[in-house]
Design a protein around this ligand. Structure first.
Ligand code: SF4
Ligand code: SF4
Length: 447
């Protein structure tokens, strides 16, 4: 009899949790000195107060797995519950690389733990849709018709969707208001003397639901002296896949993206979505034992968040005043995973008339976390509500952040609270200032 592949059956009872393909690294696990400094920054610990839903608790579970304990449903539940926000990495005084631990653990879970029923079906549906920009774009037409026909308002008022299909209700509440925006051409020349040639990632959700952010990014880069190249046929960067343990899918996406951008021959690869940028900077790690390893390292070295590149180049385009009070929200994958905090604040602070206000508890995730809010709608809404409350308490008229997931999550929470605040990506604020638009151009409330 031929042995069935392990991927299908999962581990037999009593088999150790991890196989020897990239288990979580014992040396990193042992770096944890159990001090607990990370606990209060961990959103799941803040929500539930459970040790096993803290970074320290999850590391303890990984240690048990490395010691030969089997992968139990309970272990998987605590691993699944992690948002991957990396607030614990920032907080940890011992420099524990929790990012590496959770990524390796999640890949083991996906390969070795057979998911059941609704969970499995939901994950299959998510990963057959979200990492495919063309499929997402096909949703735009029906979604727009649903929004402008008034049907969306009717459904929301009836409360039916929440009772019958909570996941659909979550998706419905997250979907941004869609507008028609022409897509930027494949190459846009620098305005004035050229300072850099940059390739731009258009992304999946960003491209389908926030095309105006991509247009603003191109205009700002060109105004700051960059030739902007948008390689055609770009797919997903693999961020959603890698953050959810779908290692093979992520590696396939990464290789394809490297091929596309290498052909474009650019100096930098610019990203305006925090989650994508953090994954692309980790390509060397993802493809470390792959024929693409060297190319992945060279590619990763070129990746910059938009604010990082603009701050390094320094401004040349004139900023016109924007009399606005803005609350700046640190996207976890920008602040914790990439350490980019000062640059967006400096860029916003450089706009005459604009005041930047800080949000309380900035280290706590808004609950978006890729597709975590779709997989865990209840706790995600709780985190969203906390964030929305802190955002509204700043009294700012505009919330600025650098990740499409955060924009959707906070907008939905603000709407739930009956609040009113406009939302924008950093690129849109810079664009408005450079073009001399009035502040009112940015002030369409999310509510
Ligand atoms: S702060 Fe770091 S060392 Fe301390 S418990 Fe958390 S992960 Fe472990
Ligand atoms: S990544 Fe975020 S949710 Fe996960 S353990 Fe660290 S702080 Fe908690």
């Amino acid at each position: 009899m031929v042995d069935a592949p392990r991927d299908v059956l999962g581990p037999v009872a009593g088999e150790p949790a991890f196989d020897d393909h990239r288990p979580p690294r014992l040396d990193i696990v042992n770096d944890c000195v159990h001090c607990g400094f990370c606990l209060t920054t961990c959103p799941t610990y803040v929500l539930w107060g459970e040790e096993m839903d803290s970074p320290r608790g999850r590391i303890h579970l990984m240690k048990q797995g490395l010691d030969g304990e089997p992968m139990t449903d309970s272990m998987v539940r605590h691993v699944d519950a992690c948002l991957g926000c990396m607030a614990c990495v920032t907080a940890c005084p011992s420099g524990v690389r929790y990012d590496s631990l959770i990524e390796d653990t999640r890949a083991q879970v996906e390969r070795r733990h057979p998911r059941k029923g609704r969970d499995r079906a939901l994950r299959e549906a998510i990963f057959a849709l979200f990492p495919y920009p063309r499929r997402l774009r096909l949703l735009r037409g029906p979604l727009r018709a649903y929004q402008v026909s008034g049907l969306q308002r009717l459904v929301a008022r009836s409360g039916l969707l929440e009772r019958l299909a909570p996941t659909l209700a979550t998706l419905d509440s997250l979907a941004p208001r869609l507008r028609r925006v022409p897509r930027p051409p494949g190459r846009v020349p620098a305005r004035g003397p050229r300072r850099a040639v940059v390739g731009m990632l258009t992304g999946c959700v960003q491209d389908a639901f926030f095309p105006d952010v991509n247009s603003a990014t191109v205009r700002v880069l060109a105004a700051e002296g960059c030739d902007v190249v948008i390689p055609p046929g770009q797919g997903c960067c693999g961020a959603l896949s890698v953050h959810n343990g779908r290692e093979e899918q992520a590696r396939g996406f990464a290789r394809a993206l490297i091929d596309r951008f290498e052909r474009a021959g650019v100096e930098y690869v610019v990203v305006n979505a925090a989650g994508c940028g953090s994954s692309m900077k980790e390509y060397a790690e993802l493809l470390r034992d792959d024929p693409y390893a060297e190319r992945a390292a060279a590619f990763a070295a070129k990746v910059r968040d938009l604010s990082e590149l603009l701050a390094a180049l320094g401004p040349v385009a004139r900023r016109h005043p924007l009399p606005l009070t803005v609350a700046y929200h640190d996207a976890c994958h920008l602040a914790h995973a990439q350490g980019v905090r000062a640059q967006p604040r400096a860029l916003l602070g450089g706009i005459p008339g604009l005041e930047v206000r800080e949000i309380a508890d900035p280290e706590i995730c808004c609950g978006s976390a890729g597709v975590w809010n779709i997989l865990n709608p209840g706790p995600a809404a709780e985190l969203g509500d906390r964030k929305a409350g802190n955002v509204l308490a700043t009294g700012a008229s505009l919330l600025v952040t650098a990740n499409p997931g955060c924009l959707m999550q906070v907008a939905a929470a603000v709407r739930r609270q009956g609040g009113a605040i406009a939302l924008a990506h950093t690129a849109q604020v810079l664009d408005a200032s450079i073009r001399g638009l009035p502040a009112s151009a940015l002030l369409t409330p999310a509510g």
